[in-house]
Every structure is written in structure tokens, then in C-alpha cells.
Design a binder for this molecule. Sequence first.
Ligand SMILES: Nc1ccn([C@H]2C[C@H](O)[C@@H](COP(=O)(O)OP(=O)(O)OP(=O)(O)O)O2)c(=O)n1
Length: 118
Amino acid sequence: MGEEKENAEEKMVEISLKDLSRKLEEFARARDWEKYHSPRNLLLAMVGEVGELSEIFQWRGEVDKGLPNWEESDKEHLGEELSDVLLYLIRLSDICGIDLGVAATKKLVKNAIKYPAN
Ligand SMILES: Nc1ccn([C@H]2C[C@H](O)[C@@H](COP(=O)(O)OP(=O)(O)OP(=O)(O)O)O2)c(=O)n1
């Protein structure tokens, strides 16, 4: 029973790049913000968010995997900034007519050929 609940919760947070892309499109349309979502504007917005993401790590020195000594509020902030970068990246790809899921999958194949495991 406990395991079933855990699986259900995992399913709830499973969301595809396409789902996110659709949600971003709706978000922009509902606010009449499509006119602002040009490739260049989205790229600059994404780079700005990468800057905000970097600020979280700035001056902390090396950070252990899993961020064991971080405050929950800092982890939450990190999740938000990672999300902003991801959301702008997805929106940028969509506006450029690139299917990011397909492109990234193809790139993984290319990487594996370029860097064989043995
Ligand atoms: N024209 C816009 C403005 C915002 N967003 C969405 C995408 C990002 O996920 C988020 C960015 O919002 P903010 O510009 O308010 O940035 P922050 O959330 O980082 O706020 P702050 O810069 O105050 O920390 O909102 C968007 O799609 N299109």
C-alpha cells in the first residue's frame, strides 16, 4: 500500500518537455506576452536566470553532492532558479521550432559515438 502511494506520487510529478512547452504557451497567450517571447528575448531572459542560478553558488566554495548542509529555503530557491532556466530553454526551443526532446535524444546518441565507453 505504502509502495503504491509512493508510485502514484512519482507519477504525479512526471511531466514531459511537451507538457511544459504547452503550459508555457498557454501562460504567454493568457497574458498576451507572445509578442515578448522572441528568440533573442528568451535567450537573454534565460542567460539572466543562469546568472541568478550562479549567485546561489557564489562564494560558497565547493558544495557536496545532495547539498547536505544547505537550508531548506536555499534548496527551494535553487529549485526555482533551475526551473526558470529550464522553462526559458524549453520556450526558446519551441519558438525556434526545435523539438528539444528529439534534439537532446539525438545529441545523446552523437555523444556516445564521439566518446565510446571502452
Ligand atoms: N515575459 C516573461 C516573464 C516571465 N516569464 C516566466 C518564466 C520564468 O519561469 C519566470 C521568470 O519570472 P521573473 O522575471 O519574475 O524572474 P524571477 O522569478 O527569477 O524573479 P526575480 O528576478 O524577482 O527573482 O516567469 C515568462 O515566461 N515570460
